[in-house]
Design a protein around this ligand. Structure first.
Ligand code: BTN
Length: 266
């Protein structure tokens, strides 16, 4: 059940901010599932956002749980027909890179504007789409798509941001923004994110992935260094050379370049 359409700040008129309409729930299973279900029932349209105070079945990548601690931000954006007239569904994962650079920019700007005592806080993108501060994960992205007859009808872009707390014992160590001196409410953060996403999403739709990829690569965690990556329960290591024109990771193993499309860098 929808609890309210929010209007928390003067800049957020009639629950619309930057052309995005925001629906706020007290509790859902997963904001991604809620958005998908409402999209299929034609209850929400392009650029509508589901936000929830808590999730009891939050999901992460690779069928993992996303531990959804109260006070953190959980939201999913519905993007209908994101590829416009293009038909190449291989381009869909590029949207998670748009979200990743938007999150990175938003967090970097907050760190600068709030002049946290440690100005050496480094915000980086970890392949494929985690956001790290000083090597700790603070945000993750789960992109899911609805494909029919080889056409993308919509994607649900789900994002979790650790604002005030972070789970213990995660595969990759997590922290939250408050631990880096960033104090911000959920909806203030959402606005900062949407400011960035609006620009980069349009850029991508108009000009393609190249500029998005370049911005992502500017602060890519462990680029040029040796990494270990788990692919289908197998761990491989090599030098993280690059990401290709579709966002696949390019790993150099014994001087041979190998393309990796799904995996977990550790
Ligand atoms: C990951 O890093 O594994 C991705 C985590 C994505 C979590 C968000 S929280 C909002 C949305 N709803 C979900 O169930 N998952 C995403």
């Amino acid at each position: 059940m929808i609890i309210s359409l929010i209007c928390l700040k003067s800049s957020m008129k009639n629950n619309i901010y930057q052309n995005f309409t925001i629906h706020n729930f007290l509790e859902v299973g997963s904001t991604n599932d809620q958005a998908k279900q409402m999209a299929l029932a034609n209850q929400i349209q392009d650029r509508e956002i589901i936000v929830a105070d808590s999730q009891n079945k939050g999901r992460g990548r690779l069928n993992r749980d996303w531990i959804s601690q109260k006070g953190n931000l959980f939201f999913s954006i519905l993007l209908k027909n994101p590829l416009k007239s293009q038909k190449n569904i291989a381009k869909i994962p590029e949207i998670s890179f748009i979200a990743a650079i938007s999150l990175r920019n938003a967090i970097e700007k907050l760190i600068i504007s709030q002049k946290t005592e440690k100005n050496q806080n480094i915000v980086e993108n970890k392949w494929p789409n985690d956001i790290l501060i000083n090597n700790f994960k603070v945000s993750g992205i789960l992109l899911e798509s609805e494909i029919k007859n080889n056409l993308c009808e919509f994607v649900v872009l789900g994002i979790g941001v650790n604002l005030v707390s972070s789970p213990e014992n995660t595969m990759f160590k997590a922290k939250n923004l408050s631990q880096f001196g960033v104090k911000i409410t959920k909806f203030e953060f959402l606005e900062k994110f949407l400011d960035e996403f609006e620009i980069f999403y349009k850029k991508w739709q108009d000009f393609g992935f190249l500029s998005i990829r370049n911005i992502w690569l500017e602060k890519a965690w462990k680029i040029g260094q040796e990494i270990k990556i788990n692919v289908n329960d197998k761990q491989i290591s090599g030098i993280f050379e690059n990401i290709d024109e579709n966002g696949n990771l390019i790993l150099k193993i014994d001087n041979v370049l190998q393309k990796i499309s799904i995996g977990d860098v550790s």
